[in-house]
Design a protein around this ligand. Sequence first.
Ligand code: IPM
Ligand code: MG
Length: 357
Amino acid sequence: MDFNIALLKGDGIGPEIVDSAVAVLDKAGAKYGHAFHYTAYLMGGCAYDATGNPLPEETVKGCLASDSVLLGAVGGPKWDTLPGHLRPEKALLGIRSALGLFTNIRPAKLYKALKAECPLRPDLVENGFDLMMIRELTGGIYFGERGRREGKYGPEAYDTECYSEMEVERIARVAFNSARKRRKKVISIDKANVLESSRLWREVIHRVAQEYPDVECSDMLVDNAAMQLVKNPAQFDVVVTSNMFGDILSDESSQITGSIGMLPSASLGEGSRGMYEPIHGSAPDIAGQNKANPIATILSAAMMCRFSLEIPEVADDIEKAVDEVLNAGWRTADIVGSTGVTPISCTEMTEKILAAL
Ligand code: IPM
Ligand code: MG
């Protein structure tokens, strides 16, 4: 089959890691007779520099016309002083919203080969962990009403968290359906002891749960969840939570896998088109130095093959190749950890994975 893929390389290490993923996709796909046709579009700081707009209209159109989107990362200190609506991050929120990508799937599992890199006490992760965080992506405080005003103590600013029943219901269904394909356990995370929006969240989750009697469902307060993730991560199977809590907890869950450089993500809507990106940022400190870990982006490409393109055999092969290379002891700088091995570069890691394919 032939697939049209929009590439949003973005800023910082974005171009390097996307190039790696493209090479891996091409080789893995070719084995099964699939061809990928790529069109690159500008998004983020690079788009602002070139056009004055971090999310040009052409980029949105190109993504909408594609079968799927592969994204590197956006942002960097160069654009940190721009007003909110021109920041690279705003483009990321804009494209998620324009493509209707309300689901963000962030799996976090402990690779056997990286066990020693997990910062948790060894006895806490003896049996590993494998969780799937499902983050609501186009609602909540990220998209709520915000502004500045004159308040009781002078000038103040506000952002609002708002969830509709519809938004909670559709993300709940994604979580329960995903759990059915896994260990049949959903933990919904909220702050229902304080926030009205969380109380509605919890009500709707419980209502949807009744349609899935085969899936165990429980609630956890977000502060407790932050603690449980570093105390007993194996208790989690599918986690479902709001945009903001999911942003924070997915970084925490990535860190206990050893490195944020390992974690892929998928953003999905109603149709088959998705946007796939590593959960890490643009790492401006190592940009252009060929030091970045391309694995998170390569695994994101694998997720794209599984969730959007429906060629799971390609996804399996890519994931197997990554596993093999890690088991053979190859490490980029971020995952050297206690092994003491000499790190390999981004392109060398890519070569190793290509060879394993
Ligand atoms: C993420 C990032 C983004 C977010 C930023 C860059 C806007 O942290 O994808 O987790 O907060 O969603
Ligand atoms: Mg984040």
